[in-house]
Design a protein around this ligand. Sequence first.
Ligand code: KG4
Ligand code: ZN
Length: 340
Amino acid sequence: MNILGIETSCDETAAAIVRNGKDILSNVVATSLKHHRKYGGVIPEIASRQQVRMINPVVRQALRNARLSWPHIHAIAVTHQPGLIGSLLVGMSYARALSYAFRKPLIPVDHVKAHLYAAFLRSPGNKPSRVRPPLPAIGLIVSGGHTSLFLIRDTIHVRCLGQTRDDAAGEAFDKVARILGLGYPGGPVIDRLARHASRTKRPPIRFNVARLPGSLDFSFSGIKTAVLYYSQSQRGTKNFDVQQTAAAFQESVVSNLAEKSFAACRQMKVPNLLVGGGVAANSRLREILRDRAKREHIRLSLPDVSLCMDNAAMVAGWAFHVFKRSRHNFQKSSDKGERQ
Ligand code: KG4
Ligand code: ZN
């Protein structure tokens, strides 16, 4: 079964075709990042205008790359929440029109749950031996908009165990990068700087993350303010080092993410952990998770770095399982749509 996925929840316009919820036949992502960079964050109005411009070429490209045409597509999946309302509307309206015109069932998908699915996907270059992550599992989603822990019982039944009480982890990376004058988006640049910083010999700085004992919730607004005060007081002095500051911030955030994830595995007595979202691309987070997983005998599933960021393959992958279970309902509603 080939599902066309469409993702337009923020500043990426993405379309992908995934076969049987696993094999990526095409995965096209266009980003409007360069239009937002000078503002230091995503401007919703600009994002939705760019979605309108890009949606048609991106979907066509996904079909071309997969060497498929409409008769080979069995259903259309689209992100319907959460996200920027204007951007979401572009994808949803476009998908609805396609569903009506080509008489394909339409599957609405939750963006955060779709991120959980990235670890199940196989890109064209991947080894076929890569086995499907075992379930039940704990799922950590760390992105620019979300930081949450889930209990994933089977592919579509998930329960939220904890989430951020204020900033998402990626949002904290972006804001700290802004404080340090590193540009937008902050995650990749802090990751890169921190890799170099670890080889220097300066005494380490420490920033603390609120630990919220007894809870699987997160909080990152405090550490962001700590970096702000530190840089305001130290900037211009010989002690101030942007690389060290970025590395110290990153170390505390990723340690906290790992700490809570393994605590969730212990609490729920689940020996499997899977991770998704843009911050899951962070090299230090991946390293810490791998080390701890080995020590604590937890089976860790990390998606390819290319599938951590927003994409439509995860949307199509998740939709396959939803569709398989309730195909009858989707079939009925698309038949109704055809008659209207
Ligand atoms: O999942 P995503 O593409 O979009 C949302 O759903 O939010 O995540 C984007 C976020 C941004 O905040 C970006 O700074 C962060 O992921 N990010 C990273 C890295 N790459 C992207 N954060 C830390 N380290 C990275 N290497
Ligand atoms: Zn996302």
